[in-house]
Structures are given as structure tokens and as C-alpha cells.
Design a protein around this ligand. Structure first.
Ligand code: SF4
Length: 291
């Protein structure tokens, strides 16, 4: 597998914070975290990432319609405009507006979406919501929630779309980590424990549910806090080590990784405070690990 050439950031610098994606990176491999969050290297989106980004944009536009109008036909009609909107924001998406095969692949994902839930019966209070909080004044967390719903009883539900297939039990742990992360931010930001969080896998129509409770979130908060403490220590000395594993097959940065004979760029000890650990502000779907 060839490794795409990483590129430095061109997006605006944001304050330091931990996002679910970067936390998952750190858990998987500290060096991967460093390359993405500190060096802020990125690779061109894969076709799967591009597809995921456009499907997310189409679903966001679908939920801007009145509930009765959220039909499969409407979703498919919205796709070309969603692709155009994403292309305008991300010219390096790797597809063009006339890519019929790409639109057909995205249409298939939207078709599966309608087998998972009925959007005409959903009350969404927000889509693509940026949420953030600071735990005890020193652990900044940030994320983007695909959709926040409220049901007939007033209960709040978080929905996240995944355009890949449902993960194996091992991958499920990573998915649950992301859901707990969102639940923790909402709990601390709004003093609100969501009734449920759902991951909708549009690749195969599976749904992963999580019902948080405050005791579990307290335990999770301790885990996140410990992770942030470790990251802060490593940011001071740059000792982010590789942790090779099966996921290296999909790593964009193998050419820079000592585990594969590469050399990381010099650690940017100067100017760390001006760098972001949140990931790129633009919305590109993360590559989902096929495992
Ligand atoms: S190739 Fe593997 S060990 Fe190296 S940075 Fe990527 S994930 Fe980490």
C-alpha cells in the first residue's frame, strides 16, 4: 500500500483541546496522535472519506426540511448540491461534481439510511453541532455531534452517522469511546445526560446503542483526564512513541514512522502553544478502520 504524502495545515489555528478522534488516535498510537495533532499533518481524503463527508452534508440538508418532506427522493435530490457544497469548501476532495459513480455510491448509503430510521418521525434540535467544555478548568474537550434529537417524552438523544460497516467487537470499543466522549461533553457543558446515543452504520444498516449513566461517565471522565495529563507531559518532551499494530495498514504516516524505517519531522518544541490538538476544523470524515 502506498502512503499519501502528508501536508502541513492551511486551516486557522484553534485553541488546544482534545476531540474524540484525537483521543482515539492517542489510544491507538501516541506517534500517530503527535503527527496529526501536534505536527498537524494530513493526507488527501480517501474516496470513502469523501463519500462520508458528502453523505453527512446531504443528511444535514435533509433535516433542514420540514419533517414530512424528508423522503428518500428528497435525500437523493439533495446529493448533487451537497457534493457541490463540500467541493467548494474542500477542493482536494478527490472527486468532481460530475462523478456519477461517486453519486451512486453515496445514494446507496442514503438508501440504507432509510432502512435504519424514519426521518419524518424525528425531531432534531440541531445538526453538525460543535460542542465543547473544559473539565475542572484544565481539560478542554471538543467534538462535533452529527445530530441532537428530542423525543416525545422530552428525552435528548445523540445520533452519529457512520458510512462504513458496523465494527467487530474490538472496533466497537473504539466506537463506544466516541459516544462516551460526546456524552461526557454534553453532561459537563449542559448538565444533561443524554437518554441514548446511537451510531447508525450506513454501510450495512446496523445500529450501535449506548445508554450512559452518571456513574459510568464519572469513571470515563477520570480516564479522559488521565489521558490529557499524559498528553501534556509528552507535549513537553516530544516522546510520542509508535505503537505498531494491525491499524498501521491504514496509517497515512507510515513513511514517517520509525516502526517502518521512517523518520518523523523534528519535534516542534517552539510554538506548541499555537498548535491545535483538536484536528482540522473542516469536516472530513475520519477513515473508518475496516477491522
Ligand atoms: S504506522 Fe503504525 S506505529 Fe507508525 S505512526 Fe502509524 S499507527 Fe503509529
Amino acid at each position: 500500500m502506498t502512503t499519501a504524502a502528508p501536508t502541513p495545515p492551511t486551516d486557522p489555528v484553534r485553541p488546544v483541546a482534545l476531540s474524540p478522534s484525537r483521543a482515539a488516535d492517542f489510544t491507538r498510537c501516541p506517534l500517530l496522535y503527535r503527527l496529526r495533532a501536534v505536527d498537524r499533518l494530513s493526507a488527501p481524503p480517501t474516496r470513502a472519506q469523501a463519500r462520508g463527508t458528502v453523505v453527512h452534508a446531504a443528511l444535514e440538508e435533509l433535516f433542514a426540511l420540514d419533517a414530512p418532506d424528508r423522503t428518500p427522493t428528497a435525500a437523493q435530490t439533495l446529493l448533487p448540491a451537497a457534493l457541490a457544497r463540500v467541493l467548494a469548501a474542500t477542493p482536494d476532495l478527490g472527486v468532481d461534481a460530475a462523478d456519477a459513480a461517486f453519486l451512486a455510491e453515496a445514494t446507496a448509503l442514503l438508501t440504507t439510511y432509510f432502512t435504519v430510521e424514519d426521518p419524518t418521525a424525528v425531531t432534531a434540535t440541531g445538526c453538525e453541532l460543535r460542542v465543547e467544555t473544559v473539565l475542572d478548568g484544565d481539560v478542554p474537550l471538543r467534538g462535533i455531534i452529527d445530530r441532537l434529537d428530542i423525543d416525545a417524552t422530552g428525552a435528548v438523544q445523540v445520533v452519529d452517522y457512520k458510512t462504513g460497516r458496523a465494527p467487530s467487537p474490538r472496533g466497537e470499543k473504539t466506537a463506544l469511546f466516541q459516544l462516551k466522549f460526546y456524552a461526557l461533553i454534553l453532561w459537563r457543558q449542559r448538565d444533561l445526560v443524554p437518554a441514548s446515543l446511537r451510531l447508525l452504520y450506513l454501510g450495512d444498516g446496523q445500529v450501535l446503542h449506548y445508554r450512559p449513566d452518571p456513574d459510568e461517565l464519572r469513571r470515563f471522565e477520570r480516564i479522559v483526564r488521565a489521558m490529557w495529563t499524559t498528553i501534556r507531559q509528552l507535549r513537553n518532551n516530544g516522546d510520542f512513541r509508535p505503537n505498531p499494530g494491525p491499524g498501521c495498514r491504514w496509517c497515512d504516516h507510515r513513511a514517517l514512522c520509525p516502526a517502518f524505517g521512517g523518520t518523523p519531522p523534528p519535534y516542534p518544541l517552539d510554538g506548541l502553544a499555537a498548535q491545535s490538538t483538536s484536528g482540522a476544523p473542516r469536516r472530513i470524515e475520519q477513515q473508518e478502520n475496516p477491522e
